[in-house]
Design a protein around this ligand. Structure first.
Ligand code: GLU
Length: 311
């Protein structure tokens, strides 16, 4: 990112459930970091994975954000309305010879990708269709070729992160044959189209970032800066259930209760020290404090529970 460019940050929730504590923390962190630098803060609804999208939830999320005092710049972008842009990027990669159709099933890949080649959590695609789809095979996906290079970036919170895609996943899917574009492709196309140059999001997406940096490179897009925030977990370190996790203003998490309580709890979770008197302030005032004072060098790396704010 060039130093003299105005900052453009964003918050990109998936409407698969009501706004949860993890997304609230991401909203607060991304908002504060963009505004701290006098930047714009955009909102994008990531409703591409239609089977998982719950009708009405996107509106519910926007209302919750509004009631917490958030103000975003410009129109909300909906990924479900941007399929043409993803298709154009996909065609560009096919023309460049970097993307190719693949006819392999998961079972076939599992058979060939023997244990030592397994990537973190998934299988490493062994490249069977790289040089052309076998004639008896139907297309199941479009993949991009990856090469044996280390992708590294400096994350504002998590520090240096490196991954060789060839070892962790191999050529990866950017579109499934049944239609949907992969999250990595959509995010990269959308961030570039909106001029986003600061990505602040949850640490669960840290290991997705090399895929996205690689796509930016082959599509000729500039790379944003990255900041991955710690995740909100239960006191014993396990993932929060949907029920414990929902941001409900009526009865907040562990009775953090009010909007102000939630915002203060999120800021403290991110290592910031908002003054106690803000507990009685309107939400907007708390966000203004965050925009003026947020210091990303104080954000901890470790996942932790969200402690309720004491008023
Ligand atoms: N939609 C993703 C989520 O809700 C965030 C994607 C991103 O920020 O790049 O976890």
């Amino acid at each position: 990112m060039q130093n003299n460019q105005p900052v453009i940050g964003r918050f990109a929730p998936s409407p698969t459930g009501p706004l949860h504590l993890g997304s609230l923390v991401t909203a607060v962190g991304s908002y504060a970091m963009a505004r701290r630098l006098g930047g714009r803060w955009l909102l994008r609804v990531e409703d591409l994975d239609l089977p998982r999208v719950i009708p009405g939830i996107a509106d519910d999320m926007l209302r919750t954000l509004e009631s917490l005092g958030f103000q975003w710049d410009g129109e909300v972008v909906y990924q479900s309305r941007r399929l043409d842009a993803y298709q154009a990027a996909l065609e560009q990669l096919i023309r460049q010879g970097i993307a190719y159709p693949c006819g392999c099933s998961r079972a076939e890949i599992a058979l060939i990708a023997s244990a030592p080649h397994k990537g973190d959590g998934g299988l490493v695609y062994p490249g069977l269709c790289r040089d052309g789809l076998a004639s008896e095979k139907a297309e199941r996906a479009v993949r991009v070729k990856v090469y044996d290079e280390m992708i590294s970036f400096q994350d504002c919170v998590m520090g240096r992160y490196s991954q060789a895609l060839s070892a962790s996943c191999g050529d990866f899917v950017i579109q499934r044959a049944d239609g949907p574009f992969a999250y990595h492709l959509a995010v990269v196309v959308d961030d570039a189209a909106s001029g986003v140059n600061q990505v602040v999001r949850g640490a669960d997406l840290l290991s997705s970032t090399p895929h996205q940096i690689y796509l930016q490179k082959i599509l000729g897009y500039p790379a944003p800066t990255y900041c991955h925030l710690p995740l909100v977990v239960n006191p014993d370190g396990t993932k929060l259930s949907k029920r414990d996790n929902a941001v409900s203003l009526a009865a907040g998490p562990s009775s953090a209760g009010s909007g102000a309580g939630l915002l203060l709890a999120a800021l403290r979770f991110l290592g910031q020290s908002p003054p106690d008197q803000l507990g009685n302030a309107p939400c907007r005032e708390i966000l203004d404090w965050a925009a003026a004072n947020f210091d990303c060098t104080l954000v901890p790396r470790r996942s932790a529970p969200l402690e309720p704010a004491h008023k």
